[in-house]
Design a protein around this ligand. Structure first.
Ligand code: G
Ligand code: MN
Length: 371
């Protein structure tokens, strides 16, 4: 049994349930609590137990734990709401001295209003940040992925995983896509001027937008304006999104491929991966989802799956990009497995273009294999 489970079990009541829900994350359910104070007492006892060094066989370790508390029904009901709130409380707890935080309504971010997204697009409050993608063998930066950021006075209003679905529901996806494509093309042009290198630019596309009449023409127009060849642009589409879409999307992708664009299957492995789909989409790249990548070092099954994704991409004459590389060990392992390209926090964060342009690796200077 996990050592943390043992320590906790000794403190909890027999009716309490504890479950490991992540690498170092545990969910504890305390039924029939008399009051929130009893929950806080349990949290304080757990804190105390973990403040002693734990003997893990080879040596003693001192763990610092963060505890988030949520009380049902006072703070909400339904498993999904409770889990989401306890997760938020935990994140808050990390930044406190006691390491314990009880959920409060103020912890929830305010819901974003559609009108504000609309005006953010119109008034240029969105930015396209860039994350470097390197050749895993040489370490040289080969491409950048353009990632939308919605910022007001240097604080993030919302991340794309929140505002892109919102835009999709509200018919804002076309103006959002148009904006994203234009600004990415402009960035690519600036990189070419300032570095003298033809880096590729990867742009995330919502397939909904592709079915819009005139979208492809507008994309070509934008590339002409910035003097970028379609061959330098990789369009990233998620597999789930394409699967849900019609014949129209596949047709648009075929046309884009013919025009010279690269087509990447984004977040590969977590959607409706279907061989039918792989057979029909004219892909040039597969981007392995980070949920597989983070696990390759300690989970042999994840490693085998990643290995087979690499083989699959190569068999289809495509390249493979690993997403979410957060350590140099993972980076090295992927390189050994024959993965072509990689991106992730260990290689480079998404950054505003002005910051990215300071990165010496962009100039093709001595590539560093270990970041
Ligand atoms: O769906 P897509 O793969 O395009 O999502 C990219 C998102 O992943 C961006 O919001 C970016 O900030 C984030 N990201 C980039 N590198 C890493 C990483 O190494 N780890 C994690 N957790 N997220 C990352
Ligand atoms: Mn992407």
């Amino acid at each position: 049994m996990h050592r943390a489970l043992e320590v906790s079990r000794a403190i909890l009541r027999p009716v309490d349930a504890i479950e490991r829900v992540g690498d170092a994350e545990f969910l504890i359910v305390l039924p029939q609590l008399l009051s929130l104070e009893h929950g806080m007492l349990a949290a304080a006892r757990l804190q105390r137990a973990f403040s002693e060094p734990i003997d893990i066989g080879v040596r003693d370790v001192l763990a610092r734990i963060a505890i988030g508390l949520v009380l049902s029904p006072d703070h909400g009901s339904g498993a999904e709401t409770l889990l989401q709130r306890v997760d938020r409380a935990c994140t808050r707890a990390v930044g406190t001295i006691s390491g314990i935080h009880t959920w409060r309504a103020e912890d929830e971010p305010p819901p974003i209003a559609l009108a504000s997204l609309q005006s953010a697009i119109r008034n240029n409050q969105l930015q396209a940040w860039l994350q470097p993608i390197i050749d895993l063998r040489s370490g040289a930066v080969m491409a950048v992925e353009s990632l939308a950021r919605w910022l007001e006075e240097d604080t993030t209003v919302a991340t794309p995983d929140v505002f892109v679905p919102l835009a999709e529901q509200a018919s804002l996806i076309t103006p959002l896509t148009r904006w994203s494509f234009n600004v990415s093309a402009r960035h690519a042009a600036r990189i070419a001027v300032e570095t003298g290198r033809d880096l590729k630019i990867a742009i995330n596309l919502s397939p909904h937008a592709l079915t819009e009449r005139a979208m492809i023409e507008q994309m070509l127009e934008s590339l002409r304006l910035w003097q970028i060849e379609p061959e330098r642009v990789v369009l990233e589409v998620t597999e789930t999104a394409v699967m849900q879409e019609s014949e129209l999307v596949i047709r648009a992708l075929l046309r884009l491929r013919e025009l010279g664009f690269g087509i990447a299957v984004d977040d590969f492995g977590i959607g409706n991966a279907s061989y039918t789909y792989l057979r029909r989409v004219p892909l040039t790249e597969i981007k392995i989802d980070r949920s597989f990548v983070v696990d390759i070092v300690h989970d042999p099954r994840a490693a085998k799956l990643v290995q087979s994704m690499i083989q699959l991409a190569h068999a289809l004459d495509g390249k493979v990009v690993a997403e979410g590389i957060e350590s140099s060990i993972v980076q090295q392992r992927l390189c050994d497995m024959g993965c072509d390209f990689g991106q992730g926090y260990a290689i480079g964060w998404p950054q505003p273009i002005d910051v990215l342009l300071q990165d010496p690796r962009l100039l093709g200077a001595a590539p560093s294999i270990t970041p």
